[in-house]
Design a protein around this ligand. Structure first.
Ligand code: SF4
Length: 248
């Protein structure tokens, strides 16, 4: 069986999207193919030698890689110690970079919680393989004007279409800051509504790395909301709750 590189396992409040405020167990995978300018998880961009596990009795380290059984053991320990939980969130980094492991692990394990996948939405072929074991897809639509990366519109659309066709609950987050192009917000909003106008679209104002201060003024946020709402019927602005709470 493939092995996984995990950077953190912990319980916290979901900070973004439709389930913000719900208590979830997070499994953070190490490694990401993107380098977004605003990335707030720089320690998860590359595989890490040890995983940090934060439980009710404090934190500890465990060396990578994890077999499926080893990861199950750690997850079960936290689930038992910290009920009630809404879901197990697979996050990163980019969890789909380790799709081979996910397919085997999720397919073999006893399911105790719904599985929520947080993904940048750029790896449709890998998403298709993992989707059978995922209940909720939390997907980013990324604007090149604030990521500094090339546009991924086609990949985003392909991922959304797969999630909708599979009947999964899906919502989209679009990170925005002062430099975000309104034209790109319009394009992303049109893309989401074109796949399914029932997919809730969240504009996620980014925060400064060292504080919970937003990197976008309210008037700029209102302009982006208006731009998105020209094409999408359900656009919501939601800051990152975990930044406000100072949690992971
Ligand atoms: S996709 Fe996420 S983890 Fe990867 S670089 Fe962008 S913000 Fe960071």
């Amino acid at each position: 069986m493939a092995a996984a590189n995990i950077s953190q396992i912990f319980v916290s409040f979901q900070g973004e999207g439709l389930h913000a405020g719900r208590r979830q167990l997070f499994v953070r995978f190490g490694g990401c193919p993107l380098r977004c300018r605003y990335c707030d998880e720089p320690e998860s961009l590359l595989p890490v030698t040890a995983c940090r596990i934060l439980g009710p009795d404090g934190g500890r380290q465990r060396p990578n890689p994890f077999s499926g059984a080893e990861l199950d053991g750690e997850v079960a320990g936290l689930v038992d110690a910290a009920p009630p939980l809404h879901a197990m969130a697979l996050t990163g980094g980019e969890p789909l970079q380790q799709a081979e492991f996910l397919v085997v692990w999720l397919g073999a394990r006893e399911k105790r919680l719904p599985v929520l996948l947080e993904t940048a939405g750029i790896l449709p072929a890998r998403l298709a393989r993992v989707l059978p074991w995922v209940d909720i897809v939390s997907m980013d639509v990324k604007c090149p004007s604030n990521t500094g990366e090339r546009a991924r519109w086609d990949e985003h659309e392909a991922c959304l279409r797969l999630a909708v066709a599979a009947g999964r609950e899906v919502y989209v987050k679009m990170p925005v800051d002062e430099g975000t192009s309104p034209e790109e917000v319009e394009r992303g909003s049109r893309l989401v509504a074109g796949v399914d106008p029932g997919i809730t679209l969240f504009l996620t104002p980014l925060t400064e790395p060292a504080s919970s201060r937003l990197t976008i003024r309210t008037d700029a946020l209102e302009r982006l909301h208006a731009a998105a709402s020209r094409y999408h019927p359900d656009v919501r602005v939601l800051p990152q709750l975990h930044k406000v709470l100072g949690t992971l």
